[in-house]
Design a protein around this ligand. Structure first.
Ligand code: S3P
Length: 170
């Protein structure tokens, strides 16, 4: 079984993927880690030294590699993965895709604590975050909404989200 989790930064893709993979006895793959391992470099440093377009090319290549060569996994994408090149088409074709959908307020409250590790928001002031997330989500939602399933994550604990996925979506 191939399960692919997508959603905005801070929506819990990696955490949920870890728990879900454990429960289903599948391999957990984190696309950002996969890219980092291949490049022997952090995502922040790739963004800083080579730029976002270079990162998006790596991301597309890594995604294609995973989807076409691996089986039986839970894959956590990066927040932007579905929105570039033909990524969302490939995702839909190769597995059950699940959009972990958080409200702007939920995402803001999580991201304000973790800005530093995220190249796209690390230079924003805290008060600029809401507007940035709102605009960005407006652009990205049409891609995210193509997922096989959409699951609202506001005010839910990881266990509850994992339970809803295993009982209703797989
Ligand atoms: C990005 C999200 C990040 C990472 C990169 C770009 C984005 O992943 O891929 O910083 O465009 O939203 P997370 O969603 O795991 O933070």
């Amino acid at each position: 079984m191939e399960v692919i989790l997508l959603g905005y930064m801070g929506s819990g893709k990696s955490t949920i993927a870890k728990g879900l993979a454990k429960q289903l006895n599948l391999e957990m793959i984190d696309l950002d880690h996969y890219i980092s391992d291949k490049e022997q470099d952090s995502i922040s440093s790739i963004f800083k030294n080579k730029g976002e377009i270079y990162f998006r090319k790596l991301e597309n290549k890594a995604l294609k590699e995973i989807l076409t060569t691996k089986k039986n996994y839970v894959l956590a994408l990066g927040g932007g993965t579905p929105c570039y090149a033909n990524n969302m088409e490939m995702i839909i074709e190769h597995g059950v895709s699940i959009y972990l959908k958080g409200s702007i307020q939920t995402l803001r409250s999580r991201l304000v604590l973790e800005k530093a590790s995220r190249p796209l928001i690390k230079n924003l002031e805290d008060h600029q975050l809401v507007e940035f997330i709102a605009k960005h989500l407006f652009e990205r939602n049409p891609f995210y909404e193509k997922a096989t399933h959409t699951l609202k994550i506001d005010d839910k604990k990881s266990n509850e989200i994992i339970g809803q996925i295993t009982s209703n979506m797989l």
